[in-house]
Design a protein around this ligand. Structure first.
Ligand code: HPA
Length: 277
C-alpha cells in the first residue's frame, strides 16, 4: 500500500483515539491570527507532537496544535501553526495536516496567511481574497503514487478557490465595512524574502501577493474535493517596491495590528458560509 497513505492513516488513528469531534470547517491560521482560538468556544486541543508521525513546526512563534471548537455554532478544527516547506519537510508532510482535517470530516478549508503585496495598488495592512494561485515554484504534493482513496490522479483546478465561498466572503466584508482586495497568490519556497527581480517576475506572471505557504495546501485539499477559500493579510509590500528592507518582526507587527479586523472577517465569513452549506 502507498506509504504516504499508511502514514496518514496512522496519524488519523492516533487522533481518533484522543478526540471525538467532527468539524465542518478547517481553518489554518497564518501570522497574526495565532491567538484566534481565544475568540472561540474551545472543546479540545491536541498538540501536534501528541500525534504519531506528525510533522512539527520549528518556526519561533508558531504554536503547533489542532484546536477543536465552535465559531458561533459551526464546528471547526483550527491549525494553530502550520508546517512550511522551507523548514525542510517533504511537501507531502507539509500538506498532511490538511489531509487529516478532511479525514476528520471537514468539508471546507479556510486558508489564511500573511503575504507580501506584489500589486502596486495594495497597501500594508490590506486583506486580499485569494482568487487563484501559482504553485509551480514548489513541488506538487500530488507527485508520487496517487492516493486513490483521497482523489483522482489528474484533478481539475478550474475553481480551486470556490466561487460561492468567495462571493460570501466579499458580502461579509462589505457588511463589516472591511476593505477587501482580490488577487492571485504566488507561493515561493522562502525562507528568504524574494529579491526585487523575483517580485517583478511574480507581477509579470500575474501574481498579486507572494508568500511561503497556502497554495500547496489548496492543491492537496482540491485533490480531496474540499471547498476552499483563502484570505491573505498583506503585511508588507514585497522587496524592492519600497525603500524599506524587510524583516520578520516588522512583517509580524503589521499582521498583529490588523489581526482584530482579520479575526472578525474570518469569524463572520465562517458563520455565513455555514448557513449556505
Ligand atoms: N514575501 C513572502 N512571504 C511573506 C512576505 C513577503 O514579502 N510577507 C509576509 N510573508
Amino acid at each position: 500500500m502507498n506509504e504516504q497513505f499508511i502514514k496518514l492513516q496512522k496519524c488519523f488513528e492516533s487522533i481518533k483515539e484522543k478526540i471525538d469531534f467532527k468539524p465542518k470547517v478547517a481553518l489554518i491560521l497564518g501570522s497574526g491570527l495565532g491567538d484566534y482560538a481565544e475568540t472561540i468556544k474551545v472543546e479540545a486541543t491536541l498538540d501536534y507532537h501528541e500525534i504519531e508521525g506528525f510533522p512539527v513546526s520549528t518556526v519561533p512563534g508558531h504554536k503547533g496544535r489542532f484546536i477543536f471548537g465552535y465559531v458561533g455554532e459551526v464546528p471547526v478544527v483550527i491549525m494553530q501553526g502550520r508546517v512550511h516547506y522551507y523548514e525542510g519537510y517533504p511537501i507531502s508532510d507539509v500538506v498532511l495536516p490538511v489531509r487529516l482535517m478532511k479525514l476528520m470530516g471537514a468539508e471546507v478549508l479556510f486558508l489564511t496567511n500573511a503575504a507580501g503585496g506584489v500589486n502596486y495598488d495594495f497597501h500594508a495592512g490590506d486583506f486580499m481574497l485569494i482568487s487563484d494561485h501559482i504553485s509551480n515554484f514548489v513541488p506538487s504534493p500530488l507527485i508520487g503514487e496517487n492516493m486513490d482513496e483521497l482523489g483522482t490522479r489528474f484533478p481539475d483546478m478550474s475553481d480551486v478557490y470556490d466561487k460561492e465561498l468567495r462571493a460570501i466572503i466579499k458580502e461579509t466584508a462589505k457588511e463589516l465595512d472591511i476593505k477587501l482586495q482580490e488577487g492571485v497568490y504566488v507561493q515561493l519556497t522562502g525562507p528568504a524574502y524574494e529579491s526585487p527581480a523575483e517580485v517583478r517576475m511574480c507581477r509579470i506572471l500575474g501574481g498579486d501577493a507572494v508568500g511561503m505557504s497556502t497554495a500547496c495546501e489548496a492543491v492537496a485539499a482540491n485533490h480531496m474535493r474540499m471547498k476552499i477559500c483563502g484570505i491573505s493579510c498583506i503585511s508588507n509590500l514585497a522587496c524592492g517596491m519600497t525603500d524599506n528592507p524587510l524583516n520578520h518582526k516588522e512583517v509580524q507587527e503589521v499582521a498583529d495590528k490588523v489581526a482584530p479586523l482579520f479575526k472578525k472577517l474570518v469569524t463572520e465569513s465562517i458563520i455565513n458560509i455555514s448557513k449556505r452549506l
